[in-house]
Design a binder for this molecule. Structure first.
Ligand SMILES: Cc1cc2nc3c(=O)[nH]c(=O)nc-3n(C[C@H](O)[C@H](O)[C@H](O)COP(=O)(O)OP(=O)(O)OC[C@H]3O[C@@H](n4cnc5c(N)ncnc54)[C@H](O)[C@@H]3O)c2cc1C
Length: 376
């Protein structure tokens, strides 16, 4: 039997695509390699608060909301905390979000296949016609939502890690800590040469504390980082020992560890082919400024779902029909590339950043500053 749509990967990108397809009446199959939905959490799961309403996410998935963003340039402890007087960011319960998504999806009639690893696409006459796992499964449209594994895109030659920066991150979920009512970002070369550290509250006395950087990118800065014995675990350890942080976490208990890699800063050139689309990290759609991926995974997942539904209903799954998706991806790609300045995040960059933020706050232009921050 041929499914209308097969989606590979049960992360946010996969579920938002699957829900859209299934709600539109398509015979939809989502395949996930893990035995349970949300079994492995790699993300810190902070997003802008309006993502909740834009994508109709269940409120039960929100852990903590905040009106404030704090930046601290740890080289000289310069700190700015901006109060937007409205809810601006939130931390999500990511596992719960995926589980809620799976309930919505199953209720709409979608089929979920867990514990099944897809190894490659089935291609005939230059068209993707299905996937290979334990057995061959045929579908009119196949969507790669397999995250940084990017299993189908790699096979199709659409993605290779060399094409992109690879973000790497690690965090602890800590209980018994002193939180502040703000999403806290820590920057400067003493924190990490390229990247930042964070302290995100998830309740009044628990938080996610972590650090992220990039790996494997052939830049001078990266080579220097490696030569100087750089290690993210050591950097996180140093960050936790910083007096500013240590006094707030000295009684803390580690409840969970989240770690992972994901491509950012250079979305793939072509995210579609005959009978095929790629969404989320599989298409390297995360932004470069903050390494934000969830909002884009939701956005492109939903969009791919709408375009897949139109294509199936019209009986045309050709590249020409799916090009609309490619055009939107290209628009996003250009913006991400334009704003991709990961390699210049030196201390001078962060000093300028702090100055611009301070000027924006003084002249009451913090909303404009925020819009820029959100733009990729
Ligand atoms: C440490 C860290 C912190 C982050 N923090 C944030 C943050 O605070 N805010 C934010 O917006 N973004 C953050 N990101 C980025 C964000 O998490 C990702 O961009 C987002 O989760 C991408 O979702 P996705 O659905 O595309 O991929 P994923 O969430 O990776 O989902 C892919 C799914 O595909 C499955 N899969 C993989 N291969 C196969 C296969 N062969 N067969 C079947 N299934 C397969 C996987 O098991 C997984 O369930 C962070 C990333 C990391 C690593």
């Amino acid at each position: 039997m041929v499914k209308d749509v097969i989606i590979v990967g049960g992360g946010v990108a996969g579920f938002s695509t699957a829900i859209e397809c299934s709600m539109n009446g398509l015979d939809t199959l989502l395949i996930e390699k893990n035995e349970e939905v949300g079994q492995i959490i790699k993300t810190s799961a902070v997003t802008w608060s309006d993502t909740i309403s834009e994508f109709d996410l269940p409120n039960s998935c929100v852990k903590m909301r905040s009106n404030k963003i704090l930046f601290n340039f740890l080289e000289n402890y310069d700190e700015i905390c901006v109060d937007f007087n409205r809810e601006i960011m939130c931390t999500l319960d990511y596992q719960r979000l995926l589980q809620e998504f799976s309930k919505i999806y199953l209720k709409s009639g979608g089929e979920l296949m867990l514990g099944t690893k897809v190894s490659r696409p089935i291609i005939r006459n230059d068209t993707v016609e299905g996937v290979v796992s334990k057995k061959d499964i045929r579908g009119k449209i196949v969507i790669d939502a397999s995250g940084s594994d990017s299993v189908l895109c790699r096979f199709l030659g659409l993605f290779s890690p060399q094409m992109s920066y690879m973000g790497i991150g690690m965090e602890y979920e800590l209980s018994n800590v002193e939180t502040q009512d703000a999403m806290e970002f820590y920057v400067g070369s003493c924190v990490v040469p390229i990247g930042y550290a964070w302290f995100f509250p998830i309740s009044d006395n628990s938080a996610r504390l972590g650090i992220s950087s990039i790996i494997g990118t052939p830049t001078k800065e990266y080579e220097q980082m490696i030569k100087s014995g750089y290690s993210l675990v050591l950097k996180l350890d140093q960050f936790m020992k910083n007096p500013k942080i240590y006094k707030r976490i000295k009684q803390a208990k580690i409840e969970a560890t989240h770690a992972g890699i994901y491509p950012l800063g250079n979305p793939i050139k072509k995210a579609y082919r005959n009978g095929f689309m790629a969404v989320g990290d599989a298409a390297a759609q995360a932004g470069s400024m903050m390494g934000e991926g969830i909002r884009y995974a939701l956005k492109f997942g939903k969009t791919a779902g709408i375009i897949a539904s139109e294509a199936i209903q019209s009986g045309d799954i050709s590249e020409k029909k799916l090009r609309k998706y490619g055009d939107l991806c290209n628009f996003h790609r250009k913006k991400v590339q334009k704003n991709c300045n990961l390699h210049i995040k030196t201390d001078e960059y962060w000093m300028d950043f702090m100055d611009s933020l301070r000027t924006a706050v003084k002249s009451k232009h913090e909303e404009a500053f925020l819009s820029k921050l959100r733009e990729y």
